[in-house]
Ligand binder design. Structure first.
Ligand code: SF4
Length: 81
């Protein structure tokens, strides 16, 4: 079967639902795909693995994957040990 015969993939209902949920989550957090001055995810308390470009944010209102240079209104500094 030639590639031309394959249907073009399209988002399903669940994708629309998840997209909307994540959009609301991002709006609540004022989540941005860029730093806010010196503040960014990889120097935030809630960023799980600070040496990775994408990591899990364990802030209780988020709990999603975020980029190392993103930012949101719940940014918190990492306390000195
Ligand atoms: S709380 Fe906000 S700034 Fe901190 S890691 Fe999560 S998304 Fe990034």
């Amino acid at each position: 079967m030639a590639d031309d015969d394959l249907p073009t993939p399209e988002p399903k209902e669940i994708d629309e639902k998840k997209s909307l949920e994540l959009r609301h989550l991002a709006e609540d957090a004022v989540l941005k795909g860029q730093p806010y001055g010196d503040e960014q995810c990889n120097n935030c308390l809630f960023y799980m693995n600070t040496d990775e470009k994408i990591s899990y944010c364990w802030h209780p209102k988020l709990r999603i994957l975020v980029g190392h240079d993103w930012w949101c209104q719940w940014w918190e500094p990492i306390p000195d040990e």
